[in-house]
Design a protein. Sequence first.
Length: 403
Amino acid sequence: MYRTPAGNRLHIGIFGKRNTGKSSLINALSGQDAAIVSEIAGTTTDPVYKSMEILPIGPCKLIDTAGIDDQGVLGKERIKRTQVVLRKTDLGLIVVNPDTLIDSFENDLVDVLQSKKLPFLFVINKSDLAGKKAEDYLVKHKLPSVKVSSKTKQGVEQLKEKIMELAPLGWSPVPLVADLINPKDVVVLVCPIDNAMPQGRLILPQVQVLRDILDANATAYVTKETELLDCINSLKKKPKLVITDSQVFEDVRDILPKDIPLTSFSTIFARHKGDLNAYIQSVYAVDNLKDGDEILIAEACTHHVQAEDIGRSKIPTWLLNYTKKDLHYEVTAGGDFPEQLSKYKLIISCGGCMVNRAEIMHRVEKAKAAGVPITNYGILMAYLSGILKRVIEPFKGGLVKLD
Ligand SMILES: Nc1nc2c(ncn2[C@@H]2O[C@H](COP(=O)(O)OP(=O)(O)O)[C@@H](O)[C@H]2O)c(=O)[nH]1
Ligand code: SF4
Ligand SMILES: [Mg+2]
């Protein structure tokens, strides 16, 4: 089966007081007994992440936030733990019961979800039981809700529909290339085969872009840079777009007629996973760097560090060659992104292949709030090698407007 990378799943945070039926709701949504349901309050104490296919929504990750309920931890600590979960959340469900007295617990959640501009929905679970307290409160305060019984499964389909309505706001709202091409268009992918390529297959970003082209009812041709000219000459139709690996950008640019739009995989993913506008505007900060300036390299996962690691080795070398300045680097990995950003002159985010868009956008928002420029690996590489203008040109007609 084709495995959807964790980063492309819709992350649904499920919040609510103890025993309201968070775990039961996860089971009802997935149609499996995946979560632990307990007669005793509070079986699970840490957020539990469960990846599953919820039809017809698609691949999801459900976050069972047991342990940050009303009795698990109090006040500030609860808000802090909630914030950590919210970094990974695309959409929040707040579970209550028909007779729940909605109080500051739920209202604090609404405040924090709203402040993060995350879509949310109250789920009045156990609708097979009597009570109207929760419903009256939610109607009075104009808060969106849906009634569900995880026990009888009544309302589960309506809940899924609501989730789909809400999801696009925060869930990879940016396609890979589908918005840049039309049905019947021809797109050429240039995939060099070097020692860094895995044996016997293409890499995931290439496969994902291929799939996106097929979903858009266009046609994809895949070639190496050495066969690119033959490929182009054999086509009866001018390609709508050529997408290349950045490593062979210069060869491809020299081979390709000027009137054929050209971009790179890393630019496509910079937009899909982050804020392309912010990355482009910020990248010019490299021209103002001075000796002793601090730079933050923000990696989103704790991957295995290789000798030629892009963040730890290649980027510092390229920046030294370009700026000729003595720059100081700090590298963070995984969930720990510094609270204080003001000392950095530039933040360089990784491509974020292992995390969802919400997590990368959380960093972008924090950097913007601190007034620190933030760019990413792909856009920095494109700028330093003088190809930025050409690779961003095809995106000007896309769903996300470039300033
Ligand atoms: N009657 C009824 N009971 C439910 C429903 N959903 C959950 N429960 C029960 O409520 C209790 C707590 O459920 P659980 O999912 O463990 O709640 P959590 O601690 O919030 O995750 C269990 O006894 C469930 O069987 C429902 O829709 N109707
Ligand atoms: S690009 Fe970011 S998320 Fe992907 S492997 Fe590297 S550090 Fe991890
Ligand atoms: Mg539970």
